[in-house]
Design a protein around this ligand. Structure first.
Ligand code: AP5
Ligand code: MG
Length: 202
């Protein structure tokens, strides 16, 4: 069992990398953004509520997102592990995930931060907006998303640097996310190959 958190600002490549790593290691890719977008597509109550917030670059309330994540973990008891993409995004979400996984005796193994500049983020999202048409990729919304990330999610980096509970606390690993997709995937895989992780997955 291996549980990995992939953090980073909007457009830093969390989804791109989580997909590759999940395929290579046989993990479940758990993206809260994707789960929320599914609710929007199905036009559920949560989906309708989400649209009012996401399209303005704001986060959903913690309790809703936490419930979605817990349910997904509980529904997959035989998973080889999870790669959390875009979760946790607030300190309360981080504490809850940390405690929840510890109680299940499947603690977090690695926290990876994809770090890059606002210029690169904006370029990538602008390019994606032309093909995918995500409402929150509109230029003015991207600025709010970046600000929301700074105010609400950067404190999570600190939480993982200093306060988290899981066994073998080794802080947070930062990767330069301005590199190519392939180089970043390789760097992540190498981080996960460190001896302690190999032991845990054998
Ligand atoms: P979410 O869907 O998670 O969006 P995000 O964090 O804003 O990030 P993105 O999905 O836009 O980017 P990414 O980092 O996945 O990059 P990607 O791989 O796509 O969340 C959306 C919204 O849902 C949030 O704003 C919030 O409202 C809500 N939400 C989600 N989780 C929540 C939570 N936990 N709590 C509360 N609310 C929550 O790459 C971007 C583009 O760049 C792609 O086109 C890709 O092909 C390209 N690219 C990727 N890597 C590279 C590279 N190395 N070089 C060149 N191009 C690259
Ligand atoms: Mg994403």
């Amino acid at each position: 069992m291996i549980n990995i958190v992939l953090m980073g600002p909007p457009g830093s490549g969390k989804g791109t990398q989580a997909k590759v790593i999940a395929e290579q290691l046989g993990l479940i890719h758990l993206s809260t953004g994707d789960l929320i977008r599914e609710e929007q597509k199905k036009d559920t109550k949560i989906g309708k509520f989400a649209t009012q917030l996401i399209d303005k670059g704001k986060y959903l309330p913690d309790d809703i997102v936490i419930q979605m994540v817990k349910q997904k973990v509980i529904d997959n008891p035989k998973a080889a592990g999870f790669i959390f993409d875009g979760f946790p995004r607030t300190v309360d979400q981080a504490k809850t995930l940390d405690e929840f996984l510890n109680l299940r005796k499947t603690p977090l193994n690695k926290i990876i931060l994809l770090d890059t500049t606002n210029e690169i983020i904006k370029e990538r999202i602008k390019a994606r907006a032309l093909v995918e048409g995500r409402a929150d990729d509109a230029e003015d919304v991207v600025d709010t998303r970046i600000n929301t990330y700074k105010t609400q999610t950067l404190p999570v980096v600190n939480y993982f640097k200093t306060g988290y509970l899981f066994a073998g606390n080794r802080g947070i690993e930062t990767i330069d996310a301005s590199k190519t997709k392939e180089v970043i995937s390789e760097e992540i895989i190498n981080l996960l190959k460190e001896p302690e992780q190999v032991e845990k997955t054998q």
